[in-house]
Design a binder for this molecule. Structure first.
Ligand code: 3PG
Length: 218
């Protein structure tokens, strides 16, 4: 069975290595996209995920892909089927994240232009991706499906798998996740609090990013 090539495995791992923090962004106003992303980049973010949960997402991915420096990777999140995957790629997404897996999604990801980070919550889901060659997964919703202990347990049977946990991770817990050998990045919404976004508090978001990065590196 042909699966994900080594080159494709490396492409998603390179995206995660651009982290370690991945803001998960749901936009409600198109005009927030650029100032929000610029505030994140100013704080040190180099990879960000725009979820396809609102109509603003695809135009925002398109605008940000053109506007942000080339070393900032803009990806699409909450991609649940190949149709949305194709739309995200057409908008310029450099990577795609799914909250879970379906056979069609995993299959599409094998030859996709933008590499896939498939979401798993269980060992069996991981194994479905693993047998196709996937070696990097989103662990979601991390805090609910085992958190740090769950990730540690995965390292036994799957020493060659790396994770980007998201779901319930906050500024004061990101560091603990990143301390695990099989965690290469962590994602979440805590870097873009809704009140700060709606008030346009971009300097506050830059500060929050700086503090979060410092606490993860310190
Ligand atoms: C995701 O899709 O990763 C989640 O929406 C993250 O949400 P949280 O950081 O608020 O738990």
């Amino acid at each position: 069975m042909p699966g994900l090539s080594k080159d494709q495995q490396q492409r998603i791992q390179a995206v995660l290595a651009t982290g370690p923090l991945v803001p998960v962004i749901t936009l409600h106003r198109e005009e927030d996209a650029v100032p929000l992303a610029e505030a994140l980049v100013e704080g040190g973010i180099r990879v960000l995920e725009i979820t396809l949960r609102t109509p603003q997402a695809l135009p925002a991915i398109e605008a940000l892909s053109k506007r942000l420096p080339g070393d900032v990777l803009v990806g699409a999140g909450t991609v649940t089927d190949p149709v949305a995957y194709r739309q995200a790629e057409s908008a310029g997404a450099r990577f795609v994240v799914s909250p879970g897996i379906t056979p069609r999604l995993l299959d599409y990801g094998l030859t996709a232009h933008a590499p896939l980070l498939p979401g798993v919550a269980t060992v069996s889901e991981l194994m479905l991706g693993y047998e196709l060659g996937y070696r990097a997964f989103k662990f979601f919703p991390a805090a609910v499906v085992g958190g740090l202990e769950g990730l540690k347990a995965m390292a036994g049977p799957f020493p060659d798998v790396v994770f980007c946990p998201t779901g319930g991770i906050r500024r004061d817990t990101a560091r603990d996740y990143l301390a695990l050998a099989n965690v290469v990045a962590v994602g979440g919404t805590w870097l873009t609090p809704e009140t700060q976004v709606s008030q346009g508090d971009w300097p506050g978001i830059t500060r929050l990013v700086r503090e979060s990065l410092a606490s993860c590196q310190g």
